[in-house]
Every structure is written in structure tokens, then in C-alpha cells.
Design a protein around this ligand. Sequence first.
Ligand SMILES: *Cc1c(COP(=O)(O)O)cnc(C)c1O
Length: 359
Amino acid sequence: MSTARDLRPTWAEIDRGAFSRNVDSIARRLPRGSQLIAVLKGDAYGHGAVELAKLCTPDRVAMIATALLEESLELRRAGIELPLLVLGPLTESQIGIALDQRITMGVVGPEELELVCRVARARDVAIHLKLDTGMGRMGVTEAELPRVVEMIRSTPRLRVEALYTHFANADDSSDTLTDVQIEKFRAMSAALRAQRHHLANSAATMRGLIEPGDFVRVGIALFGAEVVGSRLDPVLRWRTEIMRLKDLPSGHGIGYGTTFHTLRPSRIATLPVGYADGYDRNLSNNAYVLVRGRRAPVVGRVSMDLLTIDVTDIPDARYGDEAILLGDEISVDELAKRAGTISYELFCRISKRVPRFYK
Ligand SMILES: *Cc1c(COP(=O)(O)O)cnc(C)c1O
């Protein structure tokens, strides 16, 4: 691990070993012929896409997917040689860039397909094509299918390598929409015929909703967040240090709006981290930080650059002690729930101001 004593004491440690084990664990549970597409969009859900992409070896990972072309370009520039897939929509000028950089487009609808077909008059183009099977967001709808089939038929240099769709509710096993989407995908893909299919996200993969030979697109599970009741190894540990420690009398207000008043003579520790770092303001008076292995409640409002915790019940707490915001006993799911959001967003919002170190 890099020594970071000349930096601010707030940083996130990314455990490469844990990420690799999670990749292994997912790859091993896939049925025969199926392969993993590692979804590393949003800078690998805040974990750092370049560093984690380097751990994706071709024996375990067939492709890396990003949302933006820029995210895939960053990986190419960093020397990542695995096939790359862009899941989000591309503009006309981005299509040529994607092709030049050997980045596969996950074409999201007839508008984009038309632009791609125009390019494919002059060169060979292989794409993945997205179908809307019920989410109503991206993908070709059933009504658009005949026109899309015709566009593909009349563009001989265009090859649809894979068809894919995305589940809206796969994390809820009681929701029948997932079955409806699978059925609809079967029906729609019969009209198009491609060598490969991919439907499953993390939740569907953990539930085993995978046909042999299908690829899966797994993101959140690779980072050790909870998915349909189970979780792999947590990868990210976010820590800081106590930079102010003071004793306050009973009845003393804390922070903006003085939303907390000490109910007893209290020892209050101030941490140099706040909502500008991605520590959600909704965690004001509503979360715990680990000090010496024990939970200290966040008291008062989270400020932009600071937050305060009550360490009265941790009498051995000292100036300079490590304070764990996320990691060990504090799971991303606990923190996300308290903040009124999901693990995905909580990870993504840990800001640039928090350096990531890889061990
Ligand atoms: C983000 C995303 C995924 C990965 O979803 P997880 O729930 O993180 O596994 C898969 N497919 C598409 C199209 C996505 O946008």
C-alpha cells in the first residue's frame, strides 16, 4: 500500500484481491458457455475503472462494459486490451471513434442504428443491439422491430454479434415482470438471430436467470454490495482520522442549525470529511463511524468538509485515530439505506477529493 502521509488523512482503500475473488466467484457460477461482461461504468462504481480493469483477465472476463464512450476510451488509453462495450447511446461523431478504437457499440435504438448503418456502407461493423422488453427506457421496441430487421437485412456489412436487454426489477424475485421480459426477449430475438444474448445484471445472475451460452453483465455484485440477500467480498474501505477531539458540557449544540445538543458531558470528535467528499448530508444524526472497532454516532449535521461524531463511549479514542466511514462492520448497504439511497449511488458519489489507494 502506498504511504500517504503527505496527503489528507481521508482516502478510500480498494482491495484488489477482493475484487479478483469476486470476479472469480461470479465467473465460476456461470453455466456452460456463458461468460462475464464486467460492468465498470461510473469509474467502476467509484472504485476506479482503470485499476480494476487491469484485474479482468480474459480467462474470466469476456468484455468490459461502460456507459459512456469516454469511459471505454479511458480504458483503451490505459492499455486495456479486452473487448470493450459501450452500453449508452452514442452520437453520430462518436460512432467513428468507437470503431477506430475497437470499442463495441451496444446500439440502443433505431435512431442510432440508422447512423451506424450509414457508416456500415463503407466498412464492416459489428454491434450489440439492445431490445426493450419492458423497461421503457432504451432498446428497440416490439413495434420498431420490423423496421430494424429491414435495416439490418439491407446492410450486409453490419453484423449483429449479440442481442441484449435489461431487467427493470430483477432484484425483486416476487416480481413477475422479469419472466415477462425473458419471454419477450425470446420472441423478439427470434426475428433477429444473433450468436450471443445477454440479459442478466447482478441480481439476475445471482438468481441464476442465465441460459447456457448467455453472457451476463455484472456490476454491483463485483464490489461486494448486497444483491438479492447475499454479498461477495467488500472491495472499498473509506477511512479518515480524528483531527479534533474535545470535551463539551451537557446541553452544547453541535454543527450548523445546532440539530444536536449533548445530553451529557460529551467527547466530540471532528473528522475532516463531508458532503463534498460524498458523505451524504442525509447521514446527519443518522449514521455510525467506527473508531477502535466501535460505533460512534454521527451527531449534528454533516457539513461540506467536516462531520462530528460522539466518542464519549469510546474513552480510549485519541487524536489521530483512524475512523472508518465505510468498510469493516459498516456496509455500503447500511449507509445507503440510512442515506435513503442505494449502494450504487453511494459508491458513485464518493468524490474525486477522496484519493483511491490500491492494495
Ligand atoms: C449498470 C448496468 C448493468 C449492471 O447492473 P448491476 O445491477 O450493477 O449488475 C448491466 N446492464 C446495463 C445495461 C447497465 O446499465
